[in-house]
Design a protein around this ligand. Structure first.
Ligand code: F58
Length: 835
């Protein structure tokens, strides 16, 4: 056959080989792409390629396929008048991209086959990826789930945040203690991002302001800053499942501003120039771990201002270039503030509109107020953000002036509405006077937003009746609830392929992945013995996987036939990992006292990072490991009890836990956990919850039915009442013999090689203060755990409960949450982009 002939008449049977190397979805096209990328991007051939080279080639192969969709989607969005959601978040805890993108592209199987043909194990490639851990926990992961759902639900969206060079620290356990290692996730390159050289915005800090008259004689303010940095944009495409919609995640990196370099350089101050460069680059260097004392975190305020300023300048650029005049900004964009961390955006948009674009106050305020919406994620008073006025004055003098003016106008409104109520005025002021003057970011966020929401029904009610009550009295129509959700793509399909396959087979197709209510179909099989057998086999296989991983990485052997009882979340006293521990030590003690005591064999598994400066949390990690060490090495009990601490709980490791859990521990003190999202991830994978009536547990229980949920503990109301009456933990300890002996056992030195002082701070804290009422719920918790053990002994009943939990999880898809935001809060409609 001549070459001309081939060109003229391609053989139809050979079509796959003619698929485009960068976009084709066939095995052949994927293989060609992989080899091309290995050669042309990594500059390697197979024989010398490192595991990272192979991973990078695979990642670029997948990214190529995202880009085609991304460009088409960007064109559709640009040409439409649709309102775009800008999700402002200091954290996006994305987790690994590769498998998630394969799943969303629908090419996991063919990619596996393609790899096999080249002698590559796709699973190994996937495990090579260093996850971008650009978040602390729930709040950051929620932002990532919402990006996934915004694409899948086909709503035009941009996520704006910070491209931290170092994300959340890596945790290693040494001698039972947490040790933090820096997270160098970028060291091997990040194939998923695209640097936008052209997207550079100046951000100023410090200096002073001055008034002047513009060319029309209008009085204006200019900000004479004494430092300027540049924010550079890095874009990551976030693909929806089975759709052509791709959202944009735009993260900002800080760089030194060249002109400043040269200025110093010209006057011979070389070191001064280098210093300025270092200072500028520091801004996006590292993610702040939570629970660090807020005093003096100048860099944190810089980070917040840095990313919102870049993002707002970008939105204004988009508006002016592609849409029209600035007065239409709020019609084109809505900006969701993920907690108060980006709330300085309210003052910054006012500044940009007035000082840079010449608008008057009223028009600028109209636009600003319409643009922003605020989500609250916490009721803990110590977590409500405030910044000292002095720091504001130093870093953001113009913004402080604007905040004062917002406050002046706002407090006038309060005084008119509530005559002679200066107490209320003081509570609602944007400036708090107690303990030095401080800017209250939550108050600023509420005043500057058109909608405010909590993240679960109970939490949203408590927001209205406690921390933001005064604001609710003033503007009740502004307050909403949107219960959190999680993406079933990552948290079922990616992490639990066996379960996904069983569901798809049972439901007849994979529609459940985008309409999670379809899982209801599983109810029909809840009592079917055959189906129960298959259900159990899926769970056991996941438990075997986890057991293998724990042997290798946590040096503990566990029995996959035992009940896996898992608590995985950030370590915090309010989440009460120590309540779980008291139960474990109680069981240990019972077994030691009566080695023949019948007991359901259990494996307790923990995963938790503590903030580096949170000493009591770190001591709880040490105690978990100390208890594990004694129990796992005690032959008298270790057939019935095992304890494992999974090091470095992150998204990837979470994905190993959720499918393998039989019991999910959601045991926070009622009223403290705003929502929780781990509770949903476990439940979606067939774990039963033992939990308090806190956060979204309340709604999970409502959905799955009270018979299928292990409830214990005080309600939020009982907690408040008891605290108001004067809570005395010592009395509980005195009256509960078992509890007392458990606390004594911990202080006896049994778990600390005879050291009776090591765990004293924790035990003293429980006996004398117990701020999260661990002792008050101890007995109810132990009783409830006995109910768990009895249920486990009746396996058909257990499998039925597990199946019903999954079947009734429809509500907790982040797609539902995003649809609610779209309708109630953002007033946006889907804009489908076909494949
Ligand atoms: C979490 N907050 C809530 N904050 O605790 C949890 O109940 C909720 O489900 C989740 O948000 C999503 O709504 C949370 O994760 C942080 O990590 C902050 C990061 C920045 C510093 C202060 C804590």
């Amino acid at each position: 056959m001549s070459p001309e002939k081939t060109l003229e008449a391609p053989d139809p049977a050979a079509t796959p080989t003619h698929e485009h190397t960068r976009t084709g979805m066939s095995k052949d096209a994927l293989n060609r792409a992989f080899i091309d990328n290995l050669f042309y991007v990594q500059g390697r051939f197979r024989e010398v390629a490192s595991p990272n080279d192979l991973y990078m080639a695979a990642a670029y192969t997948v990214r190529d396929r995202l880009l085609g969709r991304w460009i088409k989607c960007a064109e559709t969005y640009r040409d439409s008048k649709a309102r775009t959601v800008c999700y402002f978040s200091a954290e996006f805890l994305l987790g690994p991209h590769l498998l998630n993108n394969l799943v969303n592209l629908g090419i996991t199987d063919v990619a596996g086959e393609a790899g096999a043909e080249l002698g590559l194990d796709l699973h190994e490639l996937i495990e090579t990826e260093e996850e971008p851990g650009l978040g602390n926990g729930g709040l950051g992961r929620l932002a990532a789930c919402y990006m996934d759902s915004l694409s899948t639900v086909q709503i035009p969206a941009i996520g704006y945040g910070i491209r931290y060079e170092f994300g959340i620290f890596d945790q290693v356990i040494e001698d039972g203690w947490q040790v933090e290692k820096s997270d160098t996730w970028l060291k091997n390159g990040n194939p998923w991002e695209i640097l936008r050289h052209g997207l550079r915005f100046p951000v100023k800090f410090g200096g002073r302001t001055e008034q002047y008259h513009d060319e029309h004689g209008t009085l204006r303010v200019r900000w004479l800053a004494d430092m300027e940095v540049i924010g550079v944009g890095y874009d990551t495409p976030i693909l929806g499942y089975g759709v052509g919609n791709v959202s944009l995640l735009r993260l900002w990196k800080s760089e030194a501003c060249e002109s400043f370099d040269f200025q110093s350089f010209n006057v011979g101050d070389y070191y001064g120039a280098v210093q300025a460069k270092i200072e500028a680059e520091t801004i996006s260097k590292v993610l702040y771990p939570n629970d660090e004392p807020s005093a003096g975190k100048e860099l944190r305020l810089k980070q917040q201002y840095f990313f919102v300023s870049c993002s707002l300048q970008d939105m204004i650029r988009l508006q002016l270039h592609t849409v029209g005049p600035l007065d239409g900004l709020a019609d084109k964009f809505v900006a969701q503030l993920n907690d108060t961390h980006p709330a300085i955006a309210i003052a910054e948009l006012m500044r940009l509109l007035m000082d840079e674009h010449g608008m008057g106050w009223d028009q600028a305020w109209g636009i600003t107020h319409k643009t922003f919406c605020y989500t609250n994620h916490t009721l803990l008073p110590e977590a409500l953000e405030t910044w000292s006025v002095r720091l504001f004055e130093k870093l953001l003098p113009r913004h402080l002036e604007i905040i004062y003016e917002i406050n002046r106008r706002f407090l006038d409104e309060v005084r008119v509405r509530f005559l002679n109520d200066e107490g209320r005025v003081a509570r609602m002021s944007l400036i708090g006077e107690e303990g030095g003057r401080r800017v209250r970011m939550a108050n600023l966020a509420v005043v500057g937003s058109s909608a405010v929401n909590g993240v679960a029904q109970l939490h949203s009610e408590l927001v209205k009746t406690t921390i933001l009550k005064d604001f609710y009295d003033l503007w009740p129509e502004r307050f909403h609830n949107v219960t959190n959700g999680v993406t079933p793509r990552r948290f079922i399909a990616v992490c639990n392929p066996r379960l996904a396959a069983l569901i798809t087979e049972t439901c007849g197709d994979d529609r459940w992945l985008t309409d999670l209510n379809c899982l209801r179909e599983l109810e029909n099989y809840a009592d079917d013995a055959d189906f129960q057998g298959r259900w159990r086999a899926v769970k056991t296989a996941a438990k075997r996987n986890l057991a293998r991983w724990l042997t290798k990485h946590a040096w503990v052997t566990v029995d996959p036939e035992s009940l896996f009882d898992v608590q995985a979340k950030r370590l915090h006293e309010y989440k009460r990992q120590h309540l779980n521990l008291l139960h474990i030590v109680s069981l240990y003690q019972r077994l030691k006292q009566d080695p023949n005591l019948p007991m359901v064999p259990r494996t307790f598994i923990f995963g938790a990072k503590a903030a580096p400066g949170y000493h009591l949390a770190k001591l709880i990690i040490k105690l978990i490991n100390a208890v594990a060490d004694v129990i796992n090495h005690d032959p008298q009990v270790n057939d019935s009890l095992r304890v494992a601490f999974m090091p470095n709980f992150n998204v990837q490791n979470g994905q190993r836990l959720y499918p393998a859990a039989d019991i999910s521990e959601q045991i926070s003190l009622a009223g403290k956990e705003a929502s929780g999202t781990g509770n949903m991830k476990f439940s979606m994978n067939g774990a039963l919850t033992i939990g308090t009536l806190d956060g979204a547990n309340v709604e999970i229980r409502e959905e799955v039915g009270e018979d299928n949920f292990f409830l214990f503990g005080m309600t939020a109301e009982e907690v408040s009442r008891r605290q108001a009456e004067g809570y005395r933990p010592w009395d509980i300890c005195r009256d509960d013999h078992e509890l007392k002996s458990v606390l004594d056992l911990i202080t006896s030195g049994l778990f600390s090689h005879g050291d009776t002082t090591l765990f004293r701070p924790l035990i003293d804290n429980l006996i004398h203060q117990d701020p999260f009422m661990v002792l008050a719920d101890y007995r109810a918790y132990l009783d409830c755990q006995e109910r768990v053990s009895r249920a486990w002994a009746d396996r058909p009943r257990w499998e039925r409960m597990s199946i019903l939990n999954v079947a009734r999880m429809g509500k907790f898809s982040s797609d539902r949450a995003i649809r609610e935001y779209a309708e109630k809060i953002w007033k946006v409609k889907p804009l489908p982009v076909s494949l």
